[in-house]
Design a binder for this molecule. Sequence first.
Ligand code: GLU
Length: 551
Amino acid sequence: MTNKELADLIFPNVTKTIEDYEKIYPKRDLPEGAVVSRFAPSPTGFVHMGSLRSAFIAKKVPKDTNGVFFLRIEDTDGARTVENGIQGIIDDLKNFDITIDEGVISQEEQIGSYGPYIQSERKEIYETFAKYLIEQGLAYPCFCSAEEIDEIRKMQELNKERIGYYGSYAKCRFLTNEERAERIKRGDPYIIRLKSPGDFNKKIVLNDLVRGKIEFPENDLDIVIIKSDGLPLYHFAHLVDDHLMRTTHVIRGDEWISSTPVHLQLFQVFGFEPPKYAHLGTVMKVDENGTRRKLSKRKDPEAAVSYYHQKGIPVEAVNLYLMTIANTNFEAWWDQNPTLGIDDFKFDFKKMSVSGSLFDLEKLLNISKTYISRLAATEVYNRLLVWAKEYDSEFASILEKYKDYTISILNIEREQKKPRKDYESFSTIKNYIWYMYDEYFTGDLEYQFGKIQDSEEISRILKTYIEKYYDYNDDKETWFNKVKELSKELGYCTDMKEYRANPDNYPGSVADISTVIRVATTTSSMTPDLFEILRLLGKDRIQKRFEKFIK
Ligand code: GLU
């Protein structure tokens, strides 16, 4: 029996050839140097920070080079597939502005002419490629049961040999086509294996874009290419898909690095040019006890990308952070070019850390602070409102009720060379500005007047200030001079240098007087510019808030 006859017996319905598919999916007509890359998750319904980083880079490189970025769903492992898993991934990507040029855009819809982009819809294509290998004598059906595989393993352990289905251990390699056909006709279950041409004692070199040259022993395992359910195993699907989708760069996590000899071999067996590989270092975290470990879905809430949405951390900030951990020179670049963004920066594989990136939430939040501080107040308002509508509806209605007032609050110390950096996320803004709204201001939260504690004295300060000195129409300088005058009148020192030199000569300083005014109006000793706050609150509100302390 010829290989061709065996192939026809196994795949009687496959009528197309590889050449047919080469025509259906021709080489892409793209400018020189354009990168075609992809994000290829399993539909587990959830994007992890590490995979978001991969997706981010897999999109960035095509973007820099006028190439193509596509999303392929790798769902050949039914056990990992969850309900609505595809939608979860699409939503997560969308939330992070990772838009695709081709691929799966919803559970039902795909765009682009190199699809289908869902592996389970590509069965016939994989079969065509597997059929070719059988015809060439480069693949064969394997009938070994789980028990037989286990026996092989035990024997290898006993002989202190490498574990796996290879060489003389690859029993089904040695069946004749007649035997194979007979067993297939008899209905014995089987899978298809590659007949590996590799020699474990020979070396194969991978030129990884991140790590440079890496040498591996050649693969000699007869890996499974088609499972008993007729679907391919990951390695084979990678070959078929990335060849036909004309992927130029495979950008993925470094957990795949040890599979690369298999992948390179598959490309070699078909005579296809392999894509370039970039294996990205693991995203890690420093544990409480100082050890580095992989960022974990289970232990670290910040590993789930939904976390950022809930906290109201701007997408741009997360992306800026991803860029920071992706390329070591980005941060300095952004500092020098604060008005530019990620799109203006050119990603470079050589500027990646090989040992992996440390995920530092503090740093991400810091970037977020900087980012929010550079937005216009109206923009902050609009985005805060969007966040609040989803997560704090009471606050949302207050924001809507006091739109202009809120924008003015958000504008305090914003339009200046070094804007104030308070807000790390939209969810924390309320903590900074709640006292500006009578709805939230109770006046009886825990507060500290600082140096001046005596209630009679506090009453005297506030009373004198509001009756004699406060004027809504004062500009900042006049306002401050008046606080000074008030201090002088009440015997406090107005010259901080002098005060520091002779603190015992005074009951306190102008700073302590300001604190009393600040705490009485806001209950907080740390606020942005007091002049602005008082102006926004207005005399009536100030008066009302003072009343509580005036005897
Ligand atoms: N489906 C693989 C994963 O879930 C994709 C690996 C690759 O990008 O080649 O990580």
